[in-house]
Design a protein around this ligand. Structure first.
Ligand SMILES: [Zn+2]
Length: 560
């Protein structure tokens, strides 16, 4: 009971002995199920309370009637138990007694925590031998020019590294930056995904494919990485530019916001000066040269983006974004999509469902409609019946149909406004508040709203109807599907340069399939095609529907 003496401090072992006398030596293990306020036993309770944090173990404790002290369990069993606890509980467990502290030095405990909580799967010491390292992952993902070995130029000292340090000094320390983020680059926004990759934390900037190939996969490049160069000391490196990793800094400003800083911006410069930097950027961003882009307005837009975004190469602030919560009755699975935006190229849009409406929120943006704004809104109560195949070519015919629906919507809104608070609730769907009671919406919706789809079995069964763009409607991508499932009335946001006089204008939302949709901008006589971003993202789910609504509101307010 020497351990007990340390454990319980002043006059300690009495408590444990007393307990043993009372219950017999093998009876104290389930102590966590019995509230016991005896201060002398507080510490052991603390140990047990930590145990009960792991849900499963608690029920296991309940089901085994014999009681025994944790301290009397064989070390290998304690290793097993400790390894199943959240890593965050382990430090306080180490303070309980020397035995616990000693056991918590077992690296397999920490290895399991790294794996289960952060998805670290490599065996630390075999990392270099097996070749299953983030270097290979990186090499596979990135274009040959960038990968030329510089990424891993300086290898950490794996030989003397322990999972305990990886967990404590890297993963746990930087856990708040894992997930999806939107960089504050004025109207342009962006998508950053911070992941655990091997024994690194890497911030990958996701870029849409080259215009106008919306079905191509996303491209990504690393902006920074964090790893343990030596025990207990995490190193942040800036990966911007083409001269390999160099000294950087990450600062967690507040909850859901962090910033990165480069301490060696000379590494971003190229020997050929600004011209070479521009040409390289253009090739990466657009996959071609400026000479290939004949459109003068487009050339201006591209130059402007280069000048604007390259000002942000030394310091960037990121705000957390969540993926939209999904419900069974959603028209399609919500998520991120790549969409064509005319001369602005491809942009990333988040599709989310809000009862009777769906929204497309810009994750990347442009000088006209900045990131964070709601580019399209779909009115799920108003299906649009496309004219038959013959008349579909006639723009005026489509225009007539859409404007009719718009008039109907206008009248309904007027009526709802007159109808007092009860009816106004329906209108209120457009504001975030009603989502405070999210489950109510789908439950009562079968007759209308999102469930409009269910009312039309032929469309849902995937037979589809022929679709072709009316003559005169321009599309960056001629490769759009020629059948669609259904169409809805919607509005699209247009604005002058600098987001001046923004206005919602009528349009048609065209659902092609689970992964593709389109939007016909009536006034612009143009068509946007959207295709799902297929990548899987970890740590990107909203903690609650309210948190998601709040996030949408925030990113919109930053560019309003
Ligand atoms: Zn840098």
């Amino acid at each position: 009971m020497a351990v007990c003496a340390r454990l319980c401090g002043v006059g300690p072992s009495r408590g444990c002995r007393r307990r043993q006398q009372r219950r017999g030596p093998a009876e104290t293990a389930a102590a966590d199920s019995e509230p016991d306020t005896d201060p002398e036993e507080e510490l052991i309770e603390a140990g047990s309370a930590a145990l009960s944090g792991a849900g499963d173990d608690r029920s296991a404790g309940h089901s085994s009637p014999p009681r025994c002290s944790l301290l009397e369990l064989p070390p290998e069993l304690l290793v097993e138990i400790f390894a199943s606890l959240p890593g965050t509980d382990l430090p306080s467990l180490a303070q309980v007694c020397t035995k616990f502290r000693r056991i918590l030095h077992t690296d397999t405990i920490w290895r399991r925590r790294c794996r289960e909580e952060y998805g670290v799967c490599e065996n630390l010491r075999k990392l270099e031998i097996t070749g299953v390292s983030c270097r290979d992952v990186y090499a596979k993902r990135i274009n040959p020019r960038v990968k030329s070995g510089r990424f891993m130029r300086i290898l950490p000292d794996y030989e003397h590294m322990e999972y305990r340090d990886v967990y404590t000094c890297l993963l746990h320390r930087y856990r708040h930056i894992l997930g999806l983020w939107q960089p504050d680059i004025g109207p342009y926004g962006g998508l950053l995904n911070v992941v655990v990759d091997g024994l690194f934390i890497i911030g990958w900037m996701y870029l849409p494919p080259h215009d106008p190939h919306v079905d191509d996969p996303m491209r990504f490049k690393p902006l920074f990485r964090i790893h343990l160069m030596e025990r207990k000391s995490a190193t942040v490196e800036c990966m911007y530019g083409h001269r390999g990793p160099h000294n950087g800094h990450v600062q967690i400003v507040k909850k859901d916001e962090f910033s990165t800083k480069c301490n060696q911006t000379d590494h971003h410069r190229m020997s050929g000066g600004r011209q070479e930097e521009f040409r390289t950027w253009l090739r990466e961003e657009w996959g071609r040269t400026l000479e290939d882009i004949f459109h003068e307005h487009m050339q201006e837009l591209i130059l402007m983006k280069f000048i604007y975004t390259s000002q942000y190469d030394n310091c960037l602030t990121y705000r957390r974004i969540y993926l939209p919560p999904s419900r069974p009755d959603d028209l399609i699975r919500p998520g991120l999509f790549k969409g064509t935006y005319g001369s602005h190229g491809l942009e990333i849009v988040m599709l989310s469902f809000h009862g009777k409406h769906a929204r497309g929120t810009k994750i990347t943006g442009d000088p006209n409609i900045p990131a964070g704004q709601q580019t399209v809104e779909i009115d799920l109560r108003h299906r649009i019946q496309l004219p038959d195949a013959e008349s579909l070519h006639d723009f005026n015919e489509l225009s007539r149909v859409v404007l009719e629906v718009r008039e109907q919507v206008r009248q309904e809104q007027e009526k709802e406004q007159e109808g007092g608070p009860e009816d106004a609730e329906g209108l209120g769907r457009q504001s975030p508040q009603p989502c405070e009671e999210p489950p109510a919406e789908p439950a009562q919706a079968p007759g209308d709203g999102g469930a409009a789809a269910a009312a039309e079995p032929p469309a849902q069964s995937g037979q589809g109807q022929p679709f072709v763009l009316p003559v005169g409607v321009s599309s960056r991508n001629e490769d759009y599907p020629r059948t669609c499932r259904m169409c809805f009335y919607g509005t699209g946001l247009i604005a002058g340069h600098g987001f001046t006089s923004p206005e919602r204008t009528p349009g048609v939302f065209v659902l092609f399939d689970e992964d593709r949709f389109g939007f016909i901008w009536l006034e612009l006589k143009s068509f946007s095609l959207y295709s799902r971003v297929q990548a899987a993202f970890r740590n990107a789910d909203a903690p609650s529907p309210q948190a998601f609504e709040e996030m949408l509101k925030n990113i919109q307010s930053f560019t309003s």
